[in-house]
Ligand binder design. Sequence first.
Ligand code: NAG
Ligand code: NAG
Ligand code: NAG
Ligand code: NAG
Length: 263
Amino acid sequence: MQSRSLFVLLSALALSSASPLRRRCSNSTIPAATNPDNSTSAAATPTLPTTGSGTQLDGPGSATLKHILVGHGIQNYTCSAAGATASSVGALAVVWDITDLYPGSSSSSLSADDFNLLTSRVLRTTEIPLNMAADGSTGAVVASPFPDPVDLVIEGITSAVKFMGHHFFDISGTPTFDLSGADDGEYFKGKKDANISAPSDADKGVDPATGAVDWLRLSDKGTSTGVSLVYRVLTAGGDPEACTDVGQTQSVPYTAQYWIYSN
Ligand SMILES: *[C@@H]1O[C@H](CO)[C@@H](O)[C@H](O)[C@H]1NC(C)=O
Ligand SMILES: *[C@@H]1O[C@H](CO)[C@@H](O)[C@H](O)[C@H]1NC(C)=O
Ligand SMILES: *[C@@H]1O[C@H](CO)[C@@H](O)[C@H](O)[C@H]1NC(C)=O
Ligand SMILES: *[C@@H]1O[C@H](CO)[C@@H](O)[C@H](O)[C@H]1NC(C)=O
């Protein structure tokens, strides 16, 4: 039946076309019936990861998942005294779209284990995607921390993942996502609703291996476009080292998944 209707279609095209042979070879005349076995099977609906034990972040309620992103960058800290716990003063990261890698959601999906370990893999096998200072410090170039947008090639993953934008803190210390790679120009300024510790088996990071930053729920501060909620989950690295000096600054490499929702 399939081949019969294709034959009818091709015959009709042949009749209506001045150059039937060319038309017949064009992909656009052969509909996407090439993969009939599973093309109608329902794709898995992504479920926000949990840490597996203890208190969890509140869920997204009725908000709709728009993208799952992987972010790679640095967490910044300052120190008020030797021996003090460093305090967070922001972060810089580039984010890429990994929605299609969610287990069971597409032909390029990863296994559940590979998906959960993706942040660790990105942290350990790709370069920090920032213009890093040439002075030997661990920081990024203050005036222009972000290089030109590029898709990210990840070892073992067939296609490069799409550049989606930048994460940074604005001048008043508000966590911001500029998702210029999204079709509808999404922009988010958030406030922290809650934080929970990463699971004890989370990747503690490399150089320094100080620990994985908390998982977070951020909601719209009021001026966002196209995004109402952002979760930071499956973190790897990013925790500060113990402070050694007053005024010491630290920039600690990290990766995370960011789950982006809209109302
Ligand atoms: C037709 O599709 C095949 C397989 O997807 C591809 O390799 C080929 O380049 C396409 N041809 C044209 C003319 O688009
Ligand atoms: C659908 O079938 C194609 C061809 O058999 C396969 O390459 C692809 O991985 C399948 N997709 C899913 C989601 O199972
Ligand atoms: C983090 O520190 C780097 C320098 O290491 C700087 O370029 C960047 O602006 C800082 N970002 C924030 C949010 O503090
Ligand atoms: C949440 O973050 C604050 C500030 O960094 C920290 O003191 C607290 O321990 C964190 N709470 C949890 C549950 O991790």
